[in-house]
Design a protein around this ligand. Structure first.
Ligand code: NAI
Ligand code: OAA
Length: 322
């Protein structure tokens, strides 16, 4: 195929997104992992299912114990980064920062070396900070880097709203902004069912219950799995972002994007990746939409901003000393 997607990290999320994207049949897929045999095995395993779905894309796996294998990133339209540690019960996503930032530094440097023109999708947690770290390590222009968060969090939010209202998820339009952490902001004022505001349909108490469940959606799955975190909903959420780049679809999805200029002014945070509604196309983040905040929304938003800023400071300290 003439398009190429690379996935770094062939664990639960990486392998699952590889399969979803293979079924979509939009690009050849290269998978990378540091553990020998994992990426090679997952690529072959997914490929062997092709006859049933009839996908023609080719999958290949590479072990990055030999960093030269990263040369196989060359020519990637999109690179999805899922390499690193996932949390265990009792941990927050932020507890992964110190371990995962070193991996992002290595991965970012390899991307810079072999495929600096790609669009990067940062998935490894804490994702807003890992997007920031990947940008620093790769030097890639920030609008070519998109972090996962809102795409997944909004999918959970829509699922819970549809369930409460007993309506099709297709008619629920709702999104979550802010950092992909405990302070994310399910944004009720722009949420509706086919245009009918959510606040006309559900009591304030029910809405607050759904907001809380959405915020801890990742934790709910972690507490069920115990040995790992969510990967089915994450992989589908990543696939729509990737497909929007590969096929230049201009989907509007909340994701972590780098805020500067007038957007930084509107969102009261600059030079940081944080979840806002963006238009995704072949050039990555093609537009950032500025939302209007009520006083209460602004309070919630600023909590999330402060948490992202605090973590970016840790990332800056790491890069200053490594
Ligand atoms: N942003 C988001 O919304 C979401 C983020 N995540 C995050 O994605 C990451 C991956 O999650 P899972 O796939 O469930 O974990 P996993 O443990 O199943 O897979 C991680 C993979 O990364 C590989 N890896 C580790 N260091 C590497 C390196 N230096 N180079 C290449 N590969 C390396 C491991 O060998 C492993 O196969 C975690 O940080 C998790 O928290 C997961 C779900 C949603
Ligand atoms: O909960 C986690 O650590 C994984 C994740 O980000 C999510 O599922 O939202």
């Amino acid at each position: 195929m003439d398009k190429k997607i690379s996935i770094i990290g062939a664990g639960a999320v990486g392998a699952s997104v590889a399969q979803v994207l293979a079924i979509k049949n939009i690009a050849d897929i290269s998978i990378f992992d540091i553990v020998e045999g994992v990426a090679e095995g997952k690529a072959l395993d997914i490929q062997e299912g092709a006859p049933h779905f009839g996908f023609d894309c080719k999958l290949q796996g590479f072990c990055t114990q030999d960093p030269k294998e990263y040369a196989n990133l060359k020519g990637s339209d999109v690179i999805v980064v899922t390499a690193g540690l996932a949390r265990r019960p009792g941990m927050s996503r932020d507890d992964l920062l110190v371990k995962n930032i070193g991996i992002m530094k290595d991965v970012g440097e390899q991307i810079k070396k072999y495929s600096p023109d790609s669009i990067i999708v940062a998935v490894t947690n804490p994702a807003d900070i890992m997007a920031y770290a990947l940008q620093k390590a790769s030097g890639i222009s920030p609008e070519r880097i998109i972090g996962l968060g809102g795409s997944l969090d909004s999918s959970r939010f829509r699922t819970f709203l549809a369930e409460a209202l007993n309506v099709s998820v297709r008619d629920v339009n709702a999104f979550v902004i802010g950092g992909h952490g405990d302070d994310m902001v399910p944004f009720i004022h722009y949420s509706s069912v086919s245009g009918i505001p959510i606040s006309d349909l559900l009591s304030e108490e029910k809405i607050q219950e759904i907001i809380k469940r959405t915020r801890f959606g990742g934790g709910e799955i972690l507490n069920l799995y115990k040995t790992g975190t969510a990967f089915y909903a994450p992989s589908i959420s990543i696939s729509v972002m990737v497909e929007s780049v590969v096929n230049d679809q201009h989907r509007v999805i909340p994701c972590a994007a780098y805020l500067t200029g007038k957007h930084a002014e509107n969102y009261k945070v600059s030079n940081a990746f944080i979840g806002v509604p963006i238009k995704i196309g072949k050039n990555g983040v093609e537009e950032i939409y500025d939302l209007k905040f009520s006083e209460a929304d602004a309070k919630e938003w600023m909590k999330s901003v402060e948490s992202v800023k605090k973590n970016n400071k840790l990332a800056d300290d790491y890069f200053a000393s490594h």
